[in-house]
Design a protein around this ligand. Structure first.
Ligand code: DX5
Ligand code: ZN
Length: 221
């Protein structure tokens, strides 16, 4: 399982809004809609004011799914825990620039461990903070809400950073957007140059997940 090469629009359902008691079934449902990626939100109660899942949950889910596990580490010490997530079955690791002491070193380590690497920036973090690091990554993640919770309102100003990031990274690196993505906001971020769309609330609060995914797809086409 490998992050698809840039050049396609990918929808990455975020299980944060799924039923945590039935995660394997929830992931199987979105897989049947033809998605390639599932977005796993990892929160530590320190970098963000919420706590979610750790490596043991990822390892159990790995047995039930062939999707790319896109692990979004919203944790204070990503270098300390990244390897445990890879051992558990994560295929892609994104960490936050706001808490990365030696981002180049961590990206290098992730590549040596044979996973793809992503850097994430919060809504208030300027593009300059990732200017040097972004070209070394496989995907840049732009937060369009403050990390920590699903179902928040899309922040249009934060999304505008995508245009500049696309100029910096060129066409071969993915740009993922996370927070408030739905059929209305998805076409906006795609027009700025994003190609990987995380959506939690817009998929998992709908009774028909497949129709919800198709609605986002259609809105972008
Ligand atoms: C927020 C998480 C998101 C979240 C997005 O901290 O990183 O992945 O699940 O949720 P929605 O799509 O509901 O805004
Ligand atoms: Zn996320």
């Amino acid at each position: 399982m490998r992050l698809p090469k840039a050049g396609t629009i990918e929808i990455a359902p975020s299980i944060l809004s799924a039923d945590f008691a039935r995660l394997a079934d929830e992931i199987a449902q979105v897989a049947s809609a033809g998605v390639n990626i599932v977005h796993l939100d990892v929160m530590d109660g320190h970098f963000v004011p919420n706590i979610t899942i750790g490596p043991p949950v990822v390892a159990k889910l790995r047995k039930h799914s062939n999707l790319v596990f896109d692990s979004h580490l919203m944790i204070s010490n990503p270098a300390k825990y990244a390897e445990a997530f890879i051992e558990a079955g994560a295929n892609h690791i994104t960490f936050h620039i706001e808490v990365a002491d030696e981002p180049e070193k961590l990206i290098d380590k992730l590549h040596k461990l044979d996973v793809t690497a992503g850097i994430c920036l919060n809504p208030e973090t300027p593009v300059e903070a990732v200017e040097k690091i972004a070209p070394l990554c496989d995907m840049v993640l732009v937060m369009t809400v403050h990390p920590g919770f699903g179902a928040q309102k899309f922040m249009p100003q934060a999304a505008k950073k995508i245009t500049r990031i696309r100029e910096i990274v060129g066409p071969n690196i993915r740009i993922e957007v996370d927070g408030g993505i739905d059929p209305k906001t998805a076409p906006i971020v795609v027009s700025y140059g994003a190609d990987t769309l995380v959506a939690g609330n817009a998929i998992f609060t709908k009774p028909d997940r497949i129709a919800a995914i198709n609605a986002i797809r259609q809105a972008c086409s």
